[in-house]
Design a protein around this ligand. Structure first.
Ligand code: GLN
Ligand code: ZN
Length: 782
C-alpha cells in the first residue's frame, strides 16, 4: 500500500436520485419497458458525471479522493449484496454466464417477480431511507462481482477525477442481513464473517489495481444498539474483519465511516484496527475527552474525519461551532479532515432551487449543495487558518441570530399554553368507563373498517395538479373532492363496511397535508429525498412554533358523515409521525415540538366532535421508526412520543372512540408504548406475517380494541375469502371477539379500485362467516 493523505474536506455520500428526480424517471421508464438498459445506463452515467462536476464546483478537490463514488440504481445494501454474490437461492436463475447480474436481474431482486418475493425492506438506522435486507445462509457462496464498482471509478478517472469508491462495510452488511428462511435455527449471518472478508479483500485489490487511493467502507451498524446482535459480538467483528482487510497486500487506504451516532464502546476496537481513517459523526455523537492511552495513541496515528456538518437535517447550523470542534480535534491527531456527519442522501439537492420559500427562511437553510460548500469552507479554514474563512463563519452566525429572533420561531401564546399543561391533560377517563360510553356507537361484533385512504386515482391527482396550476378554482376542486367522497361513502355502504372513512382524496400526503395547514411549517417545491428505490418523499420544514389557524379536516369529515347513517371515522396524522416525516427544528427539544403539534391536533379533535364525528383515528405509523439507536435514549423518547399522542387525544369525550394505526408488525420492542397510547382501538399490520403478532398481543396483556390487518395492501394480490377467514379464525382464537376489529394492513391509496373492491368484498364475506360460525358455536353450547 502506498501512503496517501486523506482529503481535507469530503462528504460521506450525495443524493443519487437527481436534482429533478431524473434517475427515478429513467428507472421507472425502464421498468415499464419504455427505455432499454443502455438508455438507463446512459442516464445514470450522465447523472454521475453531473454530480462529480457539481461537487468539484462546490469545492471538493477533483483528484485527491474527496469526491465519493456513492451512486446506486436502487440501494447501496443491495449493491453490496450483488457485489459479494449474496443472491438468495430463489434468484439464482438470474445470474448470467459470469455469475453476475444484469440490470433487469438486479431490479428483480429489489422488486420480486411472480411468486418470488423481493428482498424485505426496512429502515436504514434512524433515517427515513429504507434498504433491502440481504438473506444469508450457511450455503450462501460469496464471490466477487465488483464490475460496477470498478467501472464507476474508472469512468470517473477517465473524466479526470480521482474519486473514492463507497461500499457498505462487511460487518454492517452482515449485521443488517437476516438469516435466509432455510437456514438452520440459531444461524446468524455474522457467523459468515470469515467467509465474507476475503471477498472484500479481493474487492480492495481490484480497486487498487484500478488506481483507487482511498476506499470508504460504511459501518454505521457499529454505532447502533438497536441491532439484533450482542454488543460484544459486534465489537469482536471489527477486529475479525479489519485485521484481515488491513493486512491485505494490495489495497487502497481504508476509510471506515461510522455515521448516525457515537461509536462509544466500539471506538477502541476500530481505533486498534489497521485502517487509515475513521469517520466520526460529531453531530449525533462526540469523541470523549479522555480515552484509554492505547486508543488515544491509535487515534493519533489515523486521520480523524470529523463529521461536523449535519447530513441528516436541512439547517445551515452553527458553522463557527463546527469549526471550533474540528480545530479541537487537532490535539488528538495530526491529521484531521472535515466531513458531513452522514451521507447527504437524507437532504434535498439545493436550496437555490426553491423559488417559493420565504427568503428569510432560505437564509437559515442548507441542503446538500450548501452543505458541501460548508465542508469546503471548513476544510479551507483547516489549511489556511480561521481568518481565511471568518467571513463565512460570521455569515452563518448572523443567519442563526436572525432565525432565533424571527417572528413565528417563538410564539408566546404557544409557549404559554405548553407551559400551562397539567398531568390531567394527558389522560382520558378509565377504559371501562369509555367502553360503556361508547356502547351507543352500536357496533356489531368484529366491526369492519379500513385504515383511511381509498385509491388515489389519476382523476384525483389531476384535480390536485389543476388546482396547483390555477386551471381550476378552489371551489371547483372542493366540488371534485366532494364527489369523490360521496362515491367512496356509497361504495362502503354497498360493500357493507361498519365504520366508514371519507377516503382522504384531498391529501397528497398524510403529513404534508397537515403541514400546509399548520403555522410553523414550510413546504418545498423540489425538496425530494429518496425513501427507497425510485420512491421519494418531500418532507416539510418545521421551522417555527406550531399552531392551527383553523380547522383542517372538519369540513370533509362533516360532509362525509352527512351522507350516511353509519359512523364516519375522522382521520388525523399523529404528532410523532408529523415530526418523523418532516425536517424538524434543531433549536427546540423534539418533545416540545411534538406537544405543540399535539395541541393543534387536540383542538382539531374537539372540532370534529362538535361536528358530530364520534370515532377519530390518529395515525402513528412512525412511532417505532423514531426509536433512538442508543438504548439509553429510548426511555426519554418513549416518554415524549407517547405523551404527545396522549396529549393530542386526551381531550376527547369518553363517548368518542379514539383509534390509532401503526404500520408494522414488530411489536416486541414497543408493546408497552402502544399500550400506553391508551387508544380505544389500534390497527396494525399482520397479514404478511400471517397473524404472528396476535401471539405477542395475547401474551402482552394488551386489553383494548385491536385490528390486526387481514389484507396485505403492499401487494396487488387479492386475498381469497378462505385466506381471510383463516386469518380471522387465528385472531379470534387468541383475542376476545368483542375487542377484535377487521381491517386491511394499511391505507388503500396505492392500490387500484378493482383489487380494492374485490379484497374488501372478501374481507366482509369472511367476517360474516366467522360471525355466523361463532353464533352457531354459542347456540350449540347453550
Ligand atoms: N390513514 C392513512 C391511510 O390510510 C394511514 C397511512 C399509513 O399508515 N401510512 O392512508
Ligand atoms: Zn399503515
Amino acid at each position: 500500500m502506498t501512503e496517501t493523505t486523506f482529503p481535507t474536506g469530503t462528504i460521506i455520500g450525495y443524493p443519487r436520485i437527481g436534482r429533478r428526480r431524473e434517475l427515478k424517471r429513467a428507472v421507472e421508464s425502464f421498468w415499464a419497458g419504455r427505455i432499454d438498459a443502455a438508455e438507463l445506463e446512459a442516464t445514470a452515467a450522465e447523472l454521475r458525471a453531473a454530480t462529480r462536476a457539481r461537487l468539484a464546483d462546490l469545492g471538493l478537490a477533483r483528484t485527491d479522493s474527496a469526491i465519493p463514488e456513492s451512486f446506486s440504481f436502487y440501494d447501496q445494501v443491495l449493491d453490496a449484496a450483488v457485489a459479494v454474490g449474496a443472491i438468495p437461492a430463489r434468484f439464482e436463475r438470474l445470474r448470467g454466464a459470469d455469475g453476475g447480474l444484469d440490470l433487469a436481474g438486479y431490479f428483480t431482486i429489489a422488486r420480486g417477480e411472480g411468486d418470488d418475493a423481493p428482498l424485505e425492506m426496512t429502515k436504514w438506522f434512524d433515517s427515513n431511507y429504507h434498504y433491502l435486507v440481504p438473506e444469508i445462509s450457511p450455503e450462501t457462496s460469496f464471490s466477487l462481482h465488483a464490475e460496477r464498482i470498478v467501472a464507476e471509478f474508472v469512468e470517473a478517472r477517465e473524466a479526470g477525477y480521482l474519486t473514492r469508491p463507497v461500499v457498505v462495510g462487511p460487518v454492517t452488511f452482515l449485521l443488517l442481513a437476516k438469516a435466509a428462511d432455510d437456514a438452520p435455527d440459531g444461524f446468524r449471518p455474522i457467523d459468515r464473517l470469515d467467509d465474507l472478508v476475503p471477498v472484500y479483500a479481493a474487492l480492495l485489490a481490484e480497486l487498487a489495481a484500478a488506481g483507487a487511493e482511498w476506499v470508504q467502507l460504511d459501518e454505521p451498524a457499529l454505532v447502533s444498539e438497536s441491532i439484533d446482535e450482542s454488543r460484544d459480538r459486534v465489537i469482536a467483528s471489527i477486529g475479525a474483519a479489519y485485521d484481515v482487510l488491513g493486512a491485505a497486500e494490495a489495497r487502497p487506504s481504508i476509510f471506515v465511516a461510522a455515521p448516525y451516532g457515537a461509536l462509544d464502546d466500539a471506538l477502541p476496537a476500530l481505533a486498534a484496527a489497521p485502517v487509515e481513517a475513521i469517520g466520526l459523526d460529531l453531530v449525533r455523537g462526540s469523541l470523549p475527552d479522555a480515552l484509554d492511552p492505547a486508543t488515544e495513541e491509535s487515534l493519533a496515528a489515523k486521520t480523524l474525519v470529523a463529521g461536523v456538518v449535519d447530513g441528516h437535517n436541512i439547517w445551515r447550523g452553527d458553522l463557527a461551532a463546527a469549526f471550533a470542534h474540528v480545530e479541537a480535534l487537532q490535539s488528538r491527531s495530526a491529521s484531521v479532515a472535515v466531513a458531513t456527519s452522514t451521507s447527504l442522501l437524507h437532504v434535498p439537492h439545493d436550496v437555490d432551487d426553491e423559488s417559493r420559500l420565504d427568503a428569510r427562511l432560505v437564509g437559515w437553510l442548507a441542503f446538500a449543495d450548501q452543505k458541501v460548500a460548508q465542508v469546503a469552507t471548513l476544510a479551507r479554514g483547516l489549511v489556511e487558518g480561521r481568518d481565511a474563512i471568518a467571513g463565512e463563519l460570521d455569515a452563518a452566525s448572523v443567519a442563526l441570530a436572525d432565525r432565533a429572533a424571527a417572528p413565528g420561531v417563538r410564539v408566546p401564546a404557544v409557549r404559554e399554553r405548553l407551559a400551562g399543561l397539567q398531568r390531567g391533560d394527558f389522560s382520558r377517563a378509565d377504559y371501562d368507563e369509555r367502553l360503556i360510553a361508547q356502547e351507543s356507537l352500536d357496533l356489531p361484533e368484529l366491526p369492519t373498517t379500513t385504515i383511511g385512504s381509498f385509491p388515489q386515482t389519476g382523476e384525483i391527482r389531476r384535480a390536485r395538479a389543476s388546482l396547483a396550476s390555477g386551471a381550476i378554482s378552489a371551489a371547483e376542486y372542493t366540488g371534485l373532492m366532494r364527489e369523490e367522497i360521496a362515491r367512496v361513502i356509497r361504495l362502503q355502504e354497498e360493500l357493507g363496511l361498519d365504520v366508514l372513512v371519507h377516503g382522504e382524496p384531498e391529501r397528497n400526503d398524510m403529513v404534508q397535508y397537515f403541514a400546509e395547514l399548520l403555522d410553523g411549517f414550510a413546504v418545498t417545491e423540489h425538496g425530494w429525498v429518496q425513501s427507497y428505490g425510485s420512491r421519494c418523499t418531500r418532507p416539510s420544514i418545521l421551522w417555527g412554533d406550531v399552531s392551527r389557524p383553523e380547522p383542517m379536516t372538519v369540513a370533509w369529515a362533516e360532509y362525509a358523515q352527512s351522507l350516511t347513517r353509519r359512523q364516519v371515522k375522522g382521520m388525523l396524522t399523529g404528532p410523532v409521525t408529523i415530526l418523523a416525516w418532516s425536517f424538524v427544528r434543531d433549536d427546540l427539544p423534539l418533545g416540545d415540538t411534538a406537544r405543540q403539534v399535539a395541541l393543534a391536533l387536540r383542538d382539531e379533535i374537539g372540532d370534529l366532535e362538535a361536528a358530530g364525528i364520534r370515532i377519530i383515528q390518529v395515525d402513528e405509523p412512525a412511532l417505532r421508526e423514531l426509536l433512538p439507536l442508543k438504548l439509553a435514549d429510548q426511555p426519554a423518547y418513549l416518554d415524549w412520543s407517547v405523551g404527545s399522542f396522549r396529549l393530542a387525544t386526551a381531550g376527547a369525550a369518553s363517548a368518542t372512540q379514539v383509534h390509532t394505526h401503526l404500520c408494522y408488525s414488530e411489536f416486541g420492542v414497543i408493546i408497552d408504548a402502544i399500550k400506553n397510547l391508551d387508544a380505544d382501538v389500534t390497527s396494525i399490520e399482520a397479514a404478511r406475517s400471517r397473524m404472528e403478532v396476535v401471539d405477542d398481543l395475547a401474551t402482552s396483556g394488551f386489553d383494548h380494541g385491536i385490528g390486526p390487518g387481514v389484507y396485505d395492501i403492499h401487494s396487488p394480490r387479492v386475498p381469497s375469502v378462505d385466506e381471510v377467514t383463516t386469518l380471522l379464525e387465528r385472531a379470534v382464537a387468541e383475542i376476545p371477539a368483542n375487542r377484535l376489529w377487521v381491517n386491511p394492513d394499511c391505507g388503500l391509496k396505492t392500490r387500484g379500485y378493482d383489487e380494492t373492491v374485490a379484497s374488501l368484498e372478501h374481507i366482509i364475506e369472511a367476517t360474516r362467516s366467522v360471525r355466523a360460525s361463532r353464533l352457531e358455536h354459542v347456540g350449540a353450547a347453550s
